[in-house]
Design a protein around this ligand. Structure first.
Ligand code: ATP
Ligand code: MG
Length: 423
């Protein structure tokens, strides 16, 4: 039996890959405009990095990691996300010694052992940014406004930006207490996961996708009621900057990130049309994370965006660019000598940066022309034995149906002129 690709993975083929390239190019331009630089880290890391950097109580670490022993008997894990890796690199490569803040972005595959379904893969891709070494509210606003402007650039509509503040370890302790008090009587009605969360991480119960848990937490005390003055002022400033910059957001007091190193701002972007997996982007501040993985105290904030889900949203909203012809011209040559000459002509055109092609299957003249038309190329460069004998090339405009004859020595220049003019 033929071997199949692993469950939950995809082959990205020509015809689809252009959409990925378009999205990646748009992302890169927006990052350039905001002054973010790319970082690439290994696809696998020491398992401990994610245990510490993502958190032992999270679904990712508890259930979803691709972990293996390597031949040196070290425990390795395919990265399930990249914030921990970026923070590791920040410490290991001493990026704190460079002018601060570090403004970094990445695009790449992540791996989670999840039940594959629409919008949920085992190898999926994220674009993300991280700002390390700056704790001002304006940084939080910049990060959120970058996503907002990326979506605007892509033409996406109907997005919901939810923001919240989860506070700092000091004010969160108070919230945790109030929450446990509120939930104590309802504990038996919560799902098994949430019963476990009750002691270790009650905040996360607010985030449970289970409808019955959501019902039980209606009216639960939110972080809003317990924020300390510092966290509260920070949050108000973030919202004021966002509002002035035209970012439409909604404060969602139930939005949480449950771990101690997540602090202050948390946010998520949703788009309804892509179905149950409607979150296309999640992020927040993590002022205690760099310390957690052994670095100097360093504030940080970032987000991660699911590329597949954004592409799905672009697809349903018909915002993907139309496919364009890939070649500018096709050589239509017949006779061995004409093919040799034509091949040399194509090399000269390609060295000028022009995408051009020729038949590679020994097709008849008629079928070569048909194929050129099918590919939507603008020009057919016709070179038969008779043209070769007269040292000329026929340039046929397949859109207008006109043609002209040029001498072979001038052909590159003539074609290049048309290419530069874009016609
Ligand atoms: P979800 O609630 O959908 O499981 P998450 O909280 O696990 O999301 P994050 O870890 O915050 O997601 O990752 C950021 C983004 O990456 C998500 O908003 C989503 O768009 C995307 N993403 C996460 N897991 C997957 C997956 N298995 N397949 C495809 N995209 C994913
Ligand atoms: Mg998940």
């Amino acid at each position: 039996m033929a071997i199949q690709r692993p469950k939950g993975t995809q082959d990205l083929l020509p015809g689809t890959i252009e959409q990925w390239q378009y999205l990646e190019e748009t992302i890169r331009s927006v990052c350039r405009e905001y002054g973010y630089e790319e970082i690439r880290t290994p696809m696998f890391e020491a398992t401990e990095l994610f245990q510490r950097g993502v958190g032992q109580t999270t679904d990712i670490v508890k259930k979803e990691m691709y972990t293996f022993q390597d031949k040196g008997d070290r425990s390795m894990t395919l990265r399930p996300e990249m914030t921990a890796s970026v923070c590791r690199a920040y410490v290991e490569d001493k990026l704190y010694g460079q002018p601060q803040p570090m403004k970094l972005y990445y695009i790449g595959p992540m791996f989670r052992y999840e039940r594959p379904q629409s919008g949920r893969f085992r190898q999926f891709h994220q674009f993300g940014i991280e700002v390390l070494g700056a704790d001002q509210p304006i940084v939080d606003a910049e990060v959120i406004s970058l996503v907002w402007n990326l979506y605007k650039r892509l033409g996406l509509i109907g997005l919901e930006v939810h923001v919240n503040s989860v506070g700092c370890p000091i004010c969160r302790a108070r919230h945790r207490e109030q929450l446990q008090e509120f939930l104590a009587a309802r504990k038996s009605k919560l799902c098994n996961d949430c019963q476990e969360r009750f002691e270790r991480n009650p905040l996360r119960i607010l985030d449970c996708k289970n409808p019955s848990c959501q019902e039980e937490t209606v009216g639960a005390p939110t972080t809003k009621d317990t924020l300390c003055e510092d966290c509260s002022t920070h949050f108000e400033k973030v919202l004021a900057i966002l509002g002035r910059a035209g970012v439409v957001y909604r404060v969602n007091p139930r939005l949480v990130r449950g771990l101690d190193y997540y602090t202050k701002t948390a946010f998520e972007v949703m788009v309804e049309e892509i179905g149950a997996q409607s979150a296309i982007c999640g992020g927040g501040r993590y002022d205690k994370l760099v310390e957690e993985i052994g670095g100097p105290p360093t504030p940080g904030i970032g987000f991660a965006m699911g590329i597949e889900r954004v592409l799905a949203a672009l697809q349903v909203q018909h915002k993907l660019p139309e496919e364009k012809p890939k070649l500018f011209a096709m050589l239509i040559a017949w006779g061995e000598q004409a093919q040799i000459e034509g091949f040399a002509l194509l090399s000269a055109l390609r060295s000028q940066g022009m995408p051009v092609g020729m038949d590679l299957l020994g097709r008849s003249l008629k079928n070569q022309l048909k194929s050129a038309n099918r590919q939507g190329v603008r020009y057919a460069l016709i070179l038969g034995e008779e043209e070769l004998a007269r040292k000329v090339l026929v340039i046929r405009d397949l859109t207008l149906g006109e043609q002209m004859e040029v001498s072979l020595v001038d052909a590159v220049e003539e074609i290049n002129k048309k290419y530069q003019r874009g016609v």
